[in-house]
Design a binder for this molecule. Structure first.
Ligand SMILES: [Zn+2]
Length: 340
């Protein structure tokens, strides 16, 4: 009897252990599943301090559609505050050396008016800068803790970021950055290159007229490229770059000739790279509305809906890669190696 009771106790002990193990295993599984199922948080920034692309609202909307379609991430936005900057007043032409008194008087009146307009312009500019600053508060070091990646959708100019160095450090520490089209027209024109531009991998230099190009897919296994054919014809404003170093990035899409003159040479279109522990994906596509939106009806379509769908998959693949949700598909991450 004593033996029986002991066996029973033993069995019960074993069973309890098994149940505990099973429970903790299930809990672990549930936690893993929850982690996998919890959507990542991505901040879309479409604030502009310089040129403002008309495709920005379309882009912001399409990004929302991509987030909903994938279910892998949810978006928050830092958008342009309402209102526009007035054009800078024009300085009156200098007086000619042989100007008579009437011309001198007229010039003095014009100069007085100009000085007044400039003072108004400057105070408006200062107020506008404060509005842009407020709109970019979501990029403060404290607020960035809420996000896994940031997308710069056609940003431009000298954005008054709360703390640019901290933002770059945040990417370096293992977060994602996605740059679209004019993201390389942001913090541009500094010598040496702005640290932001060094993070992206190049800066916009110039572009010719919009043109149809045949884009080469360098990395058919990469999530940003794997749905694309070997070559893809796209009608777009094609950027030329300063400071691009092919051996420092993984080239995803490019041209083997100048987009406009068709002279042979290498012209990058999209690339990705490691930045410290962070992941950076940039595509120079994203100027034209009909490239973003297969349904776009305003004006003549130059890109068939199927091309817009391909661009959307390119973007979505790039975002998922930058979030670390999709491997590069080329074995070990090819950080710092050139594309073929
Ligand atoms: Zn553009």
């Amino acid at each position: 009897m004593v033996f029986m009771r002991m066996t029973l106790l033993k069995l019960t002990g074993l069973q309890v252990a098994a149940v505990v193990l099973l429970c903790s295993g299930l809990q672990l599984l549930a936690q893993t599943e929850m982690k996998k199922d919890t959507p990542k948080r991505v901040l879309v920034v479409s604030v502009t301090a310089s040129f403002r692309h008309s495709a920005i609202p379309v882009g912001d909307r399409i990004l929302e559609e991509l987030a909903a379609r994938s279910g892998a991430f949810i978006l928050d936005y830092a958008q342009q505050p309402p209102g526009e900057m007035p054009a800078e007043p024009r300085k009156p032409a200098d007086l000619k050396p042989d100007a008579d008194q009437a011309a001198k008087d007229a010039h003095a009146v014009a100069m007085a008016r100009y000085d007044e307009e400039m003072a108004n312009f400057r105070s408006f500019q200062a107020a506008r800068q404060m509005e842009l600053k407020a709109a970019l508060q979501k990029l403060s070091p404290e607020n960035l803790k809420r996000y896994d990646a940031v997308i710069f959708n056609n940003t431009s100019g000298e954005l008054p970021l709360p703390d640019k160095a901290a933002f770059l450090k945040w990417i370096e520490d293992g977060h994602g950055f996605v740059g679209i089209h004019a993201a390389t027209d942001t913090f541009r024109g500094h010598k040496p290159l702005d640290p932001y531009i060094q993070m992206v991998g190049a800066e916009f230099a110039s572009h010719g007229p919009q043109v149809e190009v045949e884009i080469i897919n360098h990395e058919p296994a990469h999530p940003a490229c794997r749905h694309l054919p070997k070559t893809l014809r796209v009608y777009e404003e094609i950027y030329l770059f300063n400071g691009f170093e092919r051996d420092k990035v993984q080239c995803l899409l490019g041209l083997d000739k100048h987009p406009n003159t068709k002279q042979p040479g290498y012209y990058p279109i999209a690339w990705c790279k490691q930045y410290g522990k962070g992941r950076v994906f940039y595509t120079s596509l994203g100027h034209r509305e009909d490239l973003w939106d297969p349904q776009w009806q305003q004006g003549k379509r130059m890109n068939a809906p199927v091309v817009a769908e391909a661009f959307q998959k390119h973007l979505l693949g790039g975002i998922l890669w930058a979030l670390g949700l999709e491997p590069s598909g080329t074995g070990p991450e090819k950080a710092g190696t050139g594309g073929q």
